[in-house]
Every structure is written in structure tokens, then in C-alpha cells.
Design a protein around this ligand. Structure first.
Ligand SMILES: [Zn+2]
Length: 467
């Protein structure tokens, strides 16, 4: 009897293990993140109704309120400002004073002037007054502090590549980088020149990057090494605006570890509506950039918000006005709701809506992977994270994570952006999103993030790799 009983039990166990259990195990992996939820959140954020979530517009605010409302439903605690009833909300409004040029800015050296829109197009500037000394820098050479580097055109280098190289020069100490025009830039010259350059928020010293005509590059390169170059422009009266961050948190459950914070972020804004965009579609939906990353933050909030609370405190923040110059993140970094030394790590999610053919289909890449031990440690815990396959793009510097990294925080961006041509175009739409990829991508980060928010592991910069 006993024997028969055991045999039956063994049979049952074998059945469970061979059929039911494996099905259950597969199912539990699959259902951590549900594609239906991913579609629902993307459908709202990237819909035409949201008018491209333009930085600082009412649509950005609606996006922030929506995300906050989701956070609330997922069981998060509010981490925003107090509402009219005196109770904390899930949204933080940030006052920003935006500078704008009243007329085309210019570059001066000796008695010569190069004007934006004519012999130059300014691609990025943090100030209406930047100076530098002319320097010709060879490949890989480090510029002098406050150099005005003239970057000669390189065969086959596209604007993105040149911009990446220029950003590296700025990080290395240059204050001005002047990129010689290429045929690709010349073909789009009128488009660049039609817009007044906007300012990028920055906590570092003034800097600017511009493209100059071939004639201007020739002249500048012929000038004496170290000759002073000045970038200036007349400003409009400062415009007071607002931007909105969506903020929720889960207070850690461990008496000691709850003092430590893991920060999960994205940017909720995009480029809005641009009436002078070519073609009929004027709405820049920003489905991949960065509704996709925002949905990753939402879905991680959904998973972490249910069940056993993480040991460490987790903040979920979707920043406003990244596209306008990183204003939401900049405010956050300067006004952290916790002591800065309690912030263990930041993972930003940007553009995970489509796979990158440069890596394996199920892989994501982490910007600055080689800079700290965070990526490798997450990979050990199952994250499908690899090194950024586009180092020339300098993506580590191109997302909100950089503002935290510059403040000393271990901060990287998770992405699978394969340099698709819909980037910053009205065609970055829902219909281009690969939902199976995106769901799998978010899913693949759940267990590694769960490990991070429950561990005592503190990541560190690799020697000499701190930005
Ligand atoms: Zn983005």
C-alpha cells in the first residue's frame, strides 16, 4: 500500500515536472510584463491626441499626469509636489527660464564675423557667450582647455558621427567645436539655418558646437594657433516656462537598505508639433523616443509595485523637457528628494521600441557599459545588456543619465536604438514599434532590476572612466 502510494506520488511528480511545471515556469517568465499593457501605454503616450508631448507644453503636462496616475494605480507612493489639498502628488512642476536668441548669433575672430544661417549653423550651445583659442586637433588628440577646435571634414563621416566626435572634444575640455560642412550637411543647410539655435541646459562650463562652411573652415584653419574666437548673440527677454516631471517611489522595506536609492528614469517629452516640418504629418509622436523608455519605467513600476517591497528605496522618474535641453533632469539633479550620496545608481531607458541589428535580437545595449561595473553585474543576473555598438555616437552623453553621471552618480542608459531614420522625425510612430521586441526587452530587465533593488551591491566607476 505504502509502496503503491509512493509510486503514484512519483508518477504525479514526474508528470508535474515534465508537463505542468515547465509550462508554469515558462508562463511566469512570460507574464512579468504583458504586451497588452505595453501596447496600452504606448497607445496613449504616442497617440496623435498627445500632439508629440512637446517640451513644456500642456501635452507634456498631460503625459506627466497620466504617468503619475499609472504610478498611483501600481501602488507607488507620490514623490511630486503637494496638490491643492496639501497632499503630495505624482507630478513635480519645474520653473524654467528659457533663453532664446533675438537674432542670429555670430562668431568673431580678428575683424571677421561668421553668422548663423549664412556661413555657419549652430547645432548646440549652452550659453550666449563662449570663447576659445583656435586649435587643429588630430584624430585621438586631446584638445587644450578652452580650445576652439576646427574639425576638418572627413571622407564618409555623417553629421551624427561628426557630432559625436565634437561632443567628445567638449567633454575633453574644448569650449568651441567648428565642424567643416560635408555634402550631407550642405544638402540640409537651409533646413538647419531656418531655425534659431536653442540652448541646452548644462551644469558645466559654456560650450558650443557649429557647422561652418568650407570657405570659413579654410580661413579659420589658416589662422594662428590659439587665436581668440568669440561666440555671441543678442538675447530675448528671459521667458518663464514650466516643465513637468512624473515622480513615484517605493520606500524600501529593509531598515538599513531603505536609506539607499535606485533611480529608474526616462524622458516623457518629445518634439511636439512642427508646422514647418516637410510633408503632411506635423506631429512628432516620439513613439520610440521616448514613449518606449517611459513605458519601460511604467512596467517596472507595475512589477515592483506589487508583491514584496524591495529592500532599497526605488524612485521612478520620467523627466520633462529633455528634448529642449534636459531641464527636468537638471532640476532633479540640483534638487534631489534625498541626500545625493544615498543614490546608488540610475538606469535611464531610451528608445527600446525597435531592435538594433548591430546586436543580437534579444539584446539591449548600455551606454558607457565599459565605464562602470553596473552593466556587467546586471548581465551576470540575466540582463541581456551588452556594450553600446555605436561608440562614435557618444550616446552616453546624449541622454538625461549624463546629468546624473556628471554629478557623480553611476548612471547609464538602456537602449536598442539602431540608428533608424525615423529618429527625430514625424515618422517615429506607433506603427514602427516592434511590440514583441519591446515587451521582451522590458521583461529581460525585470529580474536584474529586482536583484539590484534588493542587493547590497554598490556599483563603481572603473579607473579613469568617471565622466
Ligand atoms: Zn530621447
Amino acid at each position: 500500500m505504502k509502496h503503491a502510494h509512493i509510486r503514484r506520488f512519483v508518477l504525479l511528480a514526474v508528470l508535474l515536472a515534465s508537463v505542468n511545471f515547465s509550462v508554469l515556469a515558462q508562463k511566469s517568465v512570460r507574464t512579468l510584463v504583458d504586451e497588452k499593457n505595453v501596447r496600452a501605454e504606448m497607445g496613449f503616450l504616442a497617440s496623435d491626441a498627445m500632439q508629440g508631448r512637446g517640451s513644456g507644453t500642456i501635452f507634456e503636462r498631460v503625459a506627466a499626469e497620466y504617468i503619475g496616475s499609472q504610478f498611483m494605480q501600481f501602488g507607488l507612493e507620490p514623490a511630486g509636489e503637494n496638490g491643492p489639498d496639501g497632499k503630495p502628488t505624482f507630478v513635480q512642476s519645474v520653473d524654467i527660464s528659457r533663453q532664446s536668441f533675438a537674432e542670429a548669433p555670430w562668431l568673431k575672430y580678428y575683424d571677421k564675423t561668421i553668422v548663423h544661417g549664412k556661413d555657419m549653423v549652430v547645432l548646440s550651445t549652452t550659453s550666449a557667450s563662449v570663447t576659445g583659442g583656435i586649435q587643429l586637433v588630430g584624430t585621438g588628440e586631446i584638445p587644450r582647455a578652452d580650445a576652439a577646435v576646427i574639425m576638418r571634414a572627413k571622407e564618409g563621416e555623417d553629421l551624427r558621427g561628426a557630432m559625436g566626435a565634437a561632443r567628445k572634444l567638449i567633454t575633453a575640455g574644448a569650449s568651441i567645436v567648428l565642424i567643416e560642412e560635408t555634402p550631407e550637411i550642405r544638402a540640409n543647410w537651409a533646413n538647419f539655418a531656418s531655425r534659431m539655435p536653442s540652448f541646452t541646459a548644462s551644469n558645466s562650463k559654456p560650450s558650443m558646437i557649429a557647422v561652418v562652411s568650407k570657405a570659413a573652415a579654410d580661413e579659420l584653419a589658416g589662422e594662428a594657433d590659439g587665436l581668440l574666437v568669440t561666440f555671441e548673440g543678442k538675447l530675448n527677454p528671459v521667458k518663464k516656462q514650466q516643465t513637468w516631471n512624473a515622480m513615484g517611489k517605493i520606500t524600501g522595506s529593509d531598515p538599513k537598505l531603505s536609506a539607499e536609492v535606485i533611480l529608474l528614469t526616462s524622458h516623457l517629452d518629445h518634439l511636439g508639433v512642427r508646422e514647418n516640418a516637410p510633408g503632411d504629418d506635423k506631429i512628432f509622436n516620439g513613439a520610440d523616443d521616448d514613449a518606449s523608455g517611459t513605458v519601460a519605467v511604467l512596467e517596472l513600476a507595475r512589477v515592483l509595485g506589487r508583491g514584496i517591497k524591495p529592500k532599497r528605496t526605488v524612485y521612478f522618474v520620467c523627466f520633462g523637457s529633455e528634448e529642449a535641453g534636459g531641464y527636468g533632469a537638471s532640476y532633479f539633479v540640483n534638487n534631489m528628494p534625498f541626500a545625493k550620496d544615498k543614490l546608488v545608481a540610475n538606469l535611464e531607458f531610451e528608445m527600446i521600441g525597435r531592435p538594433d541589428s548591430k546586436v543580437k535580437p534579444d539584446e539591449l545595449w548600455l551606454t558607457g557599459y565599459e565605464r562602470s561595473n553596473l552593466g556587467p553585474e546586471l548581465a551576470k543576473r540575466g540582463a541581456k545588456l551588452v556594450q553600446d555598438p555605436h561608440p562614435e555616437q557618444n550616446f552616453f552623453q546624449r541622454s538625461d543619465n549624463i546629468q546624473l553621471a556628471r554629478a557623480g552618480i553611476i548612471a547609464h542608459t538602456v537602449s536598442s536604438f539602431g540608428l533608424h531614420t525615423d529618429y527625430h522625425h514625424a515618422s517615429d510612430e506607433i506603427k514602427t514599434i516592434d511590440f514583441a521586441h519591446m515587451t521582451r526587452a522590458i521583461n529581460s530587465m525585470v529580474m536584474p532590476v529586482k536583484w539590484l533593488v534588493n542587493s547590497t551591491f554598490k556599483p563603481a566607476w572603473n579607473p579613469g572612466m568617471k565622466p
